[in-house]
Design a protein around this ligand. Structure first.
Ligand code: HEC
Length: 164
């Protein structure tokens, strides 16, 4: 299935841009440990801020850092199934009919070079980053990714009737 309705794509774009701006800015000014704190402190706020009327947003993964980012019920099976397949067999976008005009949308988040500092193979992490992760995310499952892997998914919930 194709892209989501325009207003949903626009909200997602706001979220992607604000997350990336915050991450890259913090990496440049303070390095990965400071950026890690920035992500921890601001990811939720930026996500809430990007939501618009009738559009709920989040990020999730089959291997979570923050347990609060667990997939919504409608997305769980898709996220788990995708994790079992090769990336080229996984659709980058999926839309789910949740009944009553409600839709769920998933968009793949690929692992990029800049992500390696905090999600790469454990042996490659700066020891200070490893220590900060152990402190803030004792159940962290979100290291060990390589460039090109499926790191996770943006998700959106919206309704086909309520548009704004
Ligand atoms: C400076 C460290 C750092 C970098 C670099 C980084 N992340 Fe993260 N990432 C985090 C932290 C911390 C969290 C948990 C945020 C929270 O508490 O919601 C996180 C959470 C996530 C999540 C949400 C799912 C989960 O596991 O909780 C996704 C998806 C994600 N990151 C993808 C990426 C991608 C893609 C990149 C590269 C563009 C990236 N990250 C770069 C630190 C980082």
């Amino acid at each position: 299935m194709g892209p989501p309705p325009q207003h949903v794509a626009a909200a997602l774009k706001t979220l992607k841009t604000s997350l990336k701006t915050r991450l890259v800015g913090a990496m440049k000014s303070g390095g990965p440990v400071a950026a890690l704190s920035a992500c921890k402190a601001d990811a939720g706020t930026l996500t809430a801020a990007a939501q618009t009327a009738g559009v709920k947003l989040g990020r999730t993964s089959h291997r979570l850092r923050n347990p609060a980012n667990a997939p919504p019920a409608w997305a769980k099976e898709l996220v788990d199934e995708a994790a079992k397949r090769r990336r080229d067999k996984v659709p980058a976008r999926m839309t789910v009919d949740r009944g009553d005009g409600k839709r769920g949308y998933l968009e793949m988040i690929g692992m990029g070079g800049v992500c390696t500092a905090c999600h790469g193979p454990a042996a490659d992490l700066d020891p200070k980053v490893s220590a900060a992760l152990a402190k803030h995310y004792p159940d962290d499952a979100a290291t060990g990714f390589n460039t090109g892997d499926v790191r996770g998914w943006f998700w959106a919930e919206f309704s086909m009737t309520k548009k704004k």
